[in-house]
Design a protein around this ligand. Structure first.
Ligand code: NAD
Length: 461
């Protein structure tokens, strides 16, 4: 889509939005139903596209993309009427008689930019919130998952009037052209560096943004846990989608007393899941492209590889890899890994692990394996992160009732379930009064009313 087509599409959406048609509950429900129907009808095609782009196993495509999305749509459809109702709030007695309300109103035409790692879910789940809240939307899927991007664009054409939802395919150029336009909100999912570019472009037009970014998410394993179960859950969360998951455990902090046993169990967990040669496993994805493959291979040079380490550039294959004896100044600890390599660092007491986490920018996720409630509370109280799971990995982000998003470098704003509806709504605060009981106190001339005012503010303010 060239710049002039982009501009006319946005204008068409603005006109449609101004017509007021997106505001009614029936219209919103019909759009959500259209999205659900299109995703369900295209499930096979979506899984096939994901296979071609990432060699994503069908099971992971269904679980990590389709099922999460359908659940998100169902939840929004079920709750929409309640979310849309104006919320009555407590009103201070000093305003008596009066009632305060918060109205949720749609923002207008919004822009959603997606990444390549979960290219279906991460472009369409924000759309659920945008539609539920009564907006029109322009979507730009990632060019690095080209088969999925083309299919998503086709699905959007099939399911929606372009005056309500339109897809724009392309890379940096298309994104830059879109970022020049005036949108009511920009919802961006991607890396922290591009997030800064998006925030700067949005600031020029004073556009509010949601930035769903990445970071180095720690996984801490204490000595008091069932190590076999912990190891399985870590292997699953780390190597799902070949580690290309924004909330994947990035690095492992293992208590010195259990590290050797845990490493053995991680090794056997990898073998149990993916066999002797994970390259032959139908359940193991590939690195998205040669650039990311080369970036990851460069991280393999330091520390002691205790599992995996094999690579094949012809296939963008990197085996599930665990590296021990990692020093914090190694390259692998300098930025988000976003691939199937798990560096391991040992700690001797929990304060050491906590201060290690706190020396790095605030991560998108944190995982802590411990059966000790006091230790869990202490880690939760002393660390800041987007969201996390105790004694498991990944699953907090597949819970529509929990707002999902980062903090600091890992993002700004949140979505999923009601949080998505709120993100794409303006909260309009209104006091309703009646033209009776008009107390003169606040009106000039103020004379000597101040002492009385102070007393009333103290009692009723
Ligand atoms: P990316 O930032 O490279 O690209 C994301 C999107 O931005 C793509 O659509 C791309 O075309 C566009 N883009 C790229 N350069 C741009 C520029 N200069 N100006 C404007 N737009 C530009 O991210 P990615 O490589 O697709 O995804 C990986 C990153 O995303 C990782 O850091 C990961 O942690 C993060 N991520 C975060 C979440 C989350 O929910 N928080 C989810 C998935 C991925």
């Amino acid at each position: 889509m060239d710049r002039s087509t982009i501009m006319s599409t946005i204008q068409q959406q603005r006109d449609f939005f101004e017509s007021g048609k997106t505001r009614g509950v029936q219209f919103r429900l019909s759009q959500l139903a259209a999205l659900k129907g299109a995703v369900e009808r295209n499930e096979d095609a979506l899984c096939e596209a994901l296979k071609r782009d990432l060699n994503k196993p069908r099971f992971e495509a269904y679980l990590g993309e389709i099922a999460v999305l359908i659940k998100e749509i169902d939840y929004a459809m079920r709750k929409l009427r309640r979310w849309m109702k104006p919320k009555r709030v407590f009103t201070p007695l000093i305003h008596f008689p009066a009632a305060g309300y918060v109205y949720s109103e749609p923002l207008g035409v919004v822009l959603i930019i997606g990444p390549w790692n979960y290219p279906v879910q991460l472009i369409l789940a924000p759309l659920v919130g945008a539609l539920a809240a009564g907006n029109c939307a322009v979507l730009k899927p990632s060019e690095l998952a080209p088969h999925t991007s083309a299919l998503i664009a086709g699905i959007i054409r099939e399911a929606f009037d372009p005056a309500v939802v339109a897809g724009v395919e392309g890379g940096v150029e298309a994104a830059t052209a879109l970022l020049d336009q005036q949108f009511a909100h920009i919802f961006f999912t991607g890396g922290t560096a591009v997030g800064r570019v998006v925030a700067q472009a949005a600031a020029k037009n004073l556009i509010p943004t949601t930035l769903e970014l990445g970071g180095k998410s720690p996984c801490i394993v204490d000595r008091d846990v069932d190590l076999q179960c912990a190891a399985k859950r870590i292997v699953w969360g780390k190597f799902f989608n070949a580690g290309q998951t924004c909330v994947a455990p990035d690095y492992l902090l293992a208590h010195a007393d259990i590290k050797t046993k845990l490493l053995d169990l991680l090794k056997s967990g990898i073998k149990e899941f993916y066999g002797e040669d994970p390259k032959q496993s139908p359940d193991y994805a590939r690195i998205v492209n040669a650039r990311h493959f080369e970036r990851l291979v460069e991280l393999l040079g330091e520390g002691d590889v205790i599992a995996g380490g094999q690579t094949d550039p012809a296939d963008n294959y990197i085996a599930p890899t665990v590296i021990d004896n990692i020093s914090p100044d190694y390259k692998i600890m300098q930025s988000e890994i976003f691939g199937p390599i798990l560096p391991v660092i040992e700690y001797h007491d929990l304060t050491q692990a906590v201060s290690f986490v706190n020396r790095l920018p605030r991560p998108l996720a944190l995982y802590f394996f411990s059966t000790n409630k006091q230790k869990q509370d202490s880690v939760l109280a002393q660390t800041s992160f987007g969201g996390g799971t105790m004694n498991d990995t990944l699953i907090h982000c597949a819970t529509a009732q929990l707002p999902f998003g980062g903090v600091g470098d890992s993002g700004l704003g949140r979505y999923h379930g009601k949080a998505s509806f709120d993100t794409f709504s303006h909260k309009k605060s209104v006091i309703k009064r009646w033209l009776v009981l008009d107390v003169d106190l606040r009106y000039p001339p103020y004379g000597n009313k101040l002492p009385l005012l102070k007393r009333l503010v103290g009692w009723f303010g």
